[in-house]
Write a protein that binds this ligand. Structure first.
Ligand code: NAD
Ligand code: LMR
Length: 334
């Protein structure tokens, strides 16, 4: 714990995810109940009046840890001396779109914000990319910030991880906390692979492999996977807006574990920069892996057995990420 305020940036601060997220950060759910926070809130110029309303509400929450709020439309103000950057601001998809359809609309934002991180933020800054397509935006942000270690960048697949956990929990009739070590491999897209081969379910005090607990292999290899892959689209179809409450909760889970570590014996999923040394995943992609986190540093969980079923799905999502990367690089000329 530090008595100095932690400088935390949230972009897209006038948007719907931020509206569910800011309160949790400012009240201590993410960085600890003793950690003072300075919140930097970035949005685009036309959204400044809305952002002013968000600032008023934050003030009216009268939160003891919230020492300062800076609302701005200027990157040089927003990215100054950051400890943490949560990059949400970008366009969400609408019904009928794939997340990669947002590539050309959004990726330029992450090139610009990567450069701003490079120029203004602390070199130790931890960067979480949420805006879609999250993996490729994260890759572009990391490439645009050459003075910041690529290890400091991650993208959000914790929402998919939580979705997978919850689906298994509901099937087994246990709370989601009794399901651990699901894995999301690859892209935060409909090619992601939610893998339960290493997942265990706590059933009446003993840890049971997921396949034995669920007792429905066809579901685990079929509808379970497609439900998780398509969950974002299902929420958009129903709400006419993309997920926000569950996305904000996942951002908090991701950041809290990045800050304080994963629980003993558990791993989580996050999109991280692949160096080509794990599970045959090509290098120069932001790919979701199972990770352990300690001392604010993630390490890929090594040595998990991968069968042919899993291998094919891991390769398919890597292929999509390579295509997205090549489109983004060509479009931006990075
Ligand atoms: P929203 O439209 O409600 O809010 C987005 C905000 O970003 C708006 O206020 C907009 O003005 C702002 N913005 C746009 N360009 C900006 C820029 N250059 N700098 C700063 N702010 C900018 O959208 P939302 O529902 O909050 O979703 C935001 C993004 O998060 C979308 O891309 C969405 O697809 C994505 N998302 C990702 C996940 C995930 O799991 N990775 C989950 C949910 C949503
Ligand atoms: C989600 O997974 O809910 C978000 O990425 C929003 C979307 O476009 O699906």
């Amino acid at each position: 714990m530090s008595t100095l305020a932690l400088r935390v940036l949230v972009t897209g601060a006038a948007g719907q995810i931020a509206y569910s997220l800011l309160y949790s950060i400012a009240k201590g759910d993410v960085f600890g109940k003793d950690q003072p926070i300075a919140l930097l809130l970035l949005d685009i110029t036309p959204m400044m009046p809305v952002l002013e309303g968000v600032v008023m509400e934050m003030q009216d929450c009268a939160l003891p840890l919230l020492k300062e709020i800076i609302a701005t439309d200027k990157e040089e103000v927003a990215f100054k001396d950051l400890d943490v950057a949560i990059l949400v601001g970008s366009m969400p998809r609408r019904d009928g779109m794939e997340r990669k359809d947002l590539l050309k609309a959004n990726v330029a934002i992450f090139k610009s914000q990567g450069a701003a991180l490079d120029k203004y933020a602390k070199k130790t800054v931890k960067v979480l990319v949420v805006g879609n397509p999250a993996n490729t935006n994260c890759l572009i942000a990391a490439k645009s910030a050459p003075s910041i270690p690529k290890q400091n960048f991650s993208c959000l697949t914790r929402l998919d991880h939580n979705r997978a956990r919850s689906q298994v929990a509901m099937k087994c009739g246990v709370p989601a906390t009794q399901v651990k070590n699901v894995i999301i491999w690859g892209n935060h897209s409909s090619t992601q692979y939610p893998d339960v081969h290493h997942c265990v379910v706590n059933m009446s005090g003993s840890e049971v492999p997921c396949f034995d607990a669920v007792k429905d292999d066809a579901w685990l290899k079929g509808d379970f996977i497609t439900t998780v892959q398509q969950r974002g689209a299902a929420v958009i179809k129903a709400r006419k807006l993309s997920s926000a409450m569950s996305a904000a909760k996942a951002i908090c889970d991701h950041m809290r574990e990045l800050w304080s570590g994963t629980p003993q014996g558990e791993f989580t999923s996050m999109g991280i920069y692949s160096t080509g040394n794990s599970y045959g995943v090509p290098d120069d992609l932001v790919y979701s892996f199972p990770v352990h986190i300690k001392d604010k540093t993630w390490n890929i969980v090594d040595g998990l057995a991968i069968n042919d079923f899993s291998r094919a799905k891991m390769e398919a999502t890597a292929k999509e990420l390579m295509e997205e990367r090549d489109t983004a690089v060509e479009f931006l000329g990075v």
